[in-house]
Write a protein that binds this ligand. Structure first.
Ligand SMILES: [Ca+2]
Length: 245
C-alpha cells in the first residue's frame, strides 16, 4: 500500500517537473503583432502576385524591431486571403528575412523559407501562414520578413491578398513592398515603398531569449532520465518488498 502511494507521489512530482519545464519555455516567449488565434474574413489590399491589369507587387512584407533580450526569432506568420476576383493561379512565393535600413533591405538573406502557395484557399477565406525561422538576430535592430513571389512569376495572373486592418497597429514597423522583379541579390538596389501612416499587415512574430530546444531533445533531457529513474525506483521497491516478505 505504502509502495503504491510512493509510486503515485513520484509520478506526480515528475509530471509537475515536466509541466514546470514547459511553462518556463512559454514564459520566455515575447510576441509582436496579432494574436495567434486572430481570425478575419476580410483580406484587404495590398495584393501579392502578378497581373498587368491590377495593382500588384511581387514582394511585400512587414518590418519590425527585435525585442530587447529576446533576439531569437522562432516563428513569423502572415494571414493571407484568396483574390477578390478569381485568377488563373494561386500566388506562389517564399518568405525571406533580411535586415532593413531606412527604405530597403540590406545585407544577405538571413532566412529563406520553402516554396509556399495559397492554393487550396476558398474564395473569401483568410488563413494564417506560419514560417519556422529559427534565427538569432540583434536586439533592437530592424528587420523585414517579406513574401517573395518574384522568382515564380510566369506571365499567368496570380493574386493573394494580405489581411490588414489598414491602420498602425504596431508602432515599430510598417508594411513595405517592392515592385522590382530583380533577383534577390539585387533586392537592395532600389528603395521600397513604405506603408503610409505606419500601416501594418496582419502579422505575428515570436521571439525567445535563447534558441528553443525541439521536442525531441526536451524529451531526452527531461523524459528519458525520468523514465529510467521511475523504472529503477519501481525495481528497488519490488526488491525491498520481497525482502520484507
Ligand atoms: Ca506600424
Amino acid at each position: 500500500m505504502k509502495t503504491t502511494i510512493l509510486h503515485h507521489r513520484f509520478i506526480a512530482a515528475a509530471t509537475a517537473f515536466l509541466a514546470a519545464a514547459i511553462a518556463t519555455r512559454a514564459a520566455d516567449t515575447v510576441a509582436l503583432g496579432f494574436p495567434l488565434d486572430y481570425t478575419t474574413s476580410s483580406a484587404l489590399f495590398p495584393g501579392l502576385g502578378e497581373d498587368p491589369e491590377v495593382d500588384l507587387v511581387p514582394r511585400l512584407g512587414q518590418t519590425f524591431v527585435v525585442p530587447a533580450g529576446h533576439p531569437y526569432l522562432t516563428t513569423f506568420s502572415f494571414w493571407l486571403g484568396d483574390s477578390p476576383v478569381f485568377q488563373p493561379q494561386a500566388a506562389t512565393f517564399n518568405a525571406v528575412l533580411m535586415a532593413f535600413g531606412s527604405d530597403r533591405p540590406s545585407g544577405e538573406p538571413l532566412y529563406q523559407g520553402p516554396v509556399t502557395s495559397t492554393a487550396g484557399l476558398q474564395h473569401g477565406e483568410v488563413r494564417r501562414f506560419d514560417f519556422n525561422v529559427g534565427v538569432s538576430l540583434n536586439s533592437l535592430a530592424r528587420y523585414v520578413v517579406f513574401l517573395n513571389a518574384a522568382p515564380y512569376l510566369d506571365g499567368v495572373p496570380s493574386f493573394a491578398t494580405f489581411a490588414s486592418t489598414g491602420t498602425d497597429v504596431y508602432p515599430n514597423g510598417t508594411l513595405v513592398s517592392s515592385r522590382s522583379t530583380a533577383s534577390l541579390d539585387q533586392v537592395s538596389d532600389s528603395p521600397w515603398q513604405i506603408g503610409a501612416s505606419g500601416w501594418d499587415v496582419v502579422f505575428r512574430a515570436e521571439f525567445r531569449s535563447v534558441p528553443e530546444p525541439s521536442s525531441l531533445p526536451l524529451l531526452c533531457v527531461a523524459g528519458i532520465p525520468m523514465l529510467i529513474g521511475l523504472w529503477s525506483y519501481r525495481k528497488c521497491c519490488r526488491l525491498i518488498s520481497k525482502q520484507i516478505r
